[in-house]
Design a protein around this ligand. Structure first.
Ligand SMILES: [Ca+2]
Length: 404
């Protein structure tokens, strides 16, 4: 029953989206326009969490460096949000090179950019892509052996499929994994190397919900392949790149310090999800959206959001102590929810608490990644046709401890 009229529903939803965006832009224009210069950075974030009871009530007021001097709070409890780069067009994904610069994809232009640690932007090359709507030049990853092999990986939409390609900078891309279903909607597109050195690829159902439960389709899956695209011997299904299935549209991957994988997933019109991913498991779509699949052979999400609060794309778990209060937390970007979600995970990987950051500050948020210096980079997606861009969108922000 999900299949019948599904495309129609998507179209109605898309129209609704346009209408809502128009209302939102009309309503917000005056207040954001009057709030000051466009180059103004978002407010710092007080990152104390529950330990900060003393100042929590006044935490939303103006905070200056001088005010905290008497509280004996470590300076790292405040996370500053600085603007790193501006005037980008739908930056979709980050991948860091060994020298600390980031490669950044632009979905619609097909441009691959190099963004330096102080924000300078230059074009590296343009990759061929034939996508429309949510398709295009999406994920990017840097080979774990980059210093030896020089390979960069990208996920692109062609006229025929979604595919993973690899290339050395300036050279022609070669296909690594082809035949991922493509459409205007639900293209997945995140690629990341796991701690096991394998390449993980998120896909969408491409508007065909039956793809997700079909283990012979690459749609609606998390895939796992070796760096050359071959299928690892220890994948859960023999001779099959499928790692987990029953997904609708996954756009975020993150590993914790123990190597446990988590993923963010777009729901249809009720519940978005974050999932703890285990090899070979079934995450329920299209039989179940959100919770309620346990006992029916499906794995339930670790948290859900109403789609209006999330539409979750990128994901990252903060490690290595750069922002101590956030160590081990799972960050998930929200497009429609226009914020960055911080999920505190307990020892079992369940969500103990969650906090909504940057709400109302920067618009739609697409990707989050931890830079080699430990800071978090966050990108907007306000020029993707569903946002309300400011004059210098799209932007990349850097979240780091005050003075860090
Ligand atoms: Ca699910």
């Amino acid at each position: 029953m999900h299949d019948a009229g599904y495309a129609g529903k998507v179209r109605v939803l898309a129209l609704l989206f346009v209408a809502l965006s128009a209302v939102a832009s009309a309503g917000c224009g005056a207040s954001t326009g009057g709030s000051g210069a466009e180059s103004e950075n978002p407010r710092p974030i007080e990152a104390g969490g529950a330990e900060d009871t003393g100042n929590a009530a006044s935490g939303t007021g103006t905070t200056t460096g001088a005010e905290t001097t008497g509280t004996r709070r470590p300076t790292s409890s405040r996370v500053e949000v600085s603007t790193l780069a501006t005037d980008l067009r739908v930056p979709w994904s980050f991948a860091f090179l060994p020298d600390g610069d980031a490669l950044v994809t632009e979905r619609d232009s097909g441009r691959l950019l190099r963004v330096g640690q102080s924000g300078e932007v230059r074009e590296v090359q343009t990759l061929p892509e034939g996508g429309s709507g949510e398709g295009g030049l999406l994920g990017v990853a840097v080979s774990p052996e980059y210093e030896r092999d020089g390979y960069v990986y990208a996920y692109t939409t062609t006229e025929a499929d979604n595919r993973v390609v690899r290339f050395r900078i300036g050279e022609e891309p070669e296909p690594v994994l082809t035949g991922i279903p493509a459409n205007s909607y639900h293209n997945g597109g995140r690629i990341e190397f796991g701690p096991d050195g394998m390449l993980y690829v998120t896909t969408g159902d491409a508007g065909e919900t039956s793809n997700s439960q079909d283990r012979s389709s690459l749609g609606g899956k998390i895939l796992r392949v070796a760096p050359d695209g071959s299928i690892p011997d220890d994948n859960p299904f023999p001779n099959n790149p499928v790692y987990s299935y029953g997904h609708r549209n996954v756009q975020g991957l993150a590993w914790d310090g123990e190597g446990q994988l988590f993923a963010s997933e777009f729901g249809q019109n009720t519940w978005d999800e974050a999932n703890r991913i285990e090899a070979g498991e079934n995450y329920g779509w299209p039989e179940v959206e959100g919770e309620g699949g346990e006992g029916r052979g499906f794995v339930d999400p670790i948290t859900v959001w109403p789609t209006s609060e999330a539409s979750p794309s990128g994901a990252q778990i903060l490690v290595s102590g750069a922002i101590p209060q956030w160590e081990g937390d799972l960050f998930v970007t929200a497009l429609r929810g226009e914020s960055l979600w911080r999920l505190e995970l307990d020892e079992r990987g369940d969500v103990a608490d969650r906090e909504r950051l940057l709400e109302g500050e920067v618009g739609r948020v697409r990707d989050v990644a931890q830079a080699p210096d430990g800071s978090l980079w966050v990108s907007t997606s306000n020029r993707d046709g569903r946002g309300t861009p400011t004059g210098n969108d799209d932007r990349i922000f850097r979240l780091a401890p005050a003075g860090g």
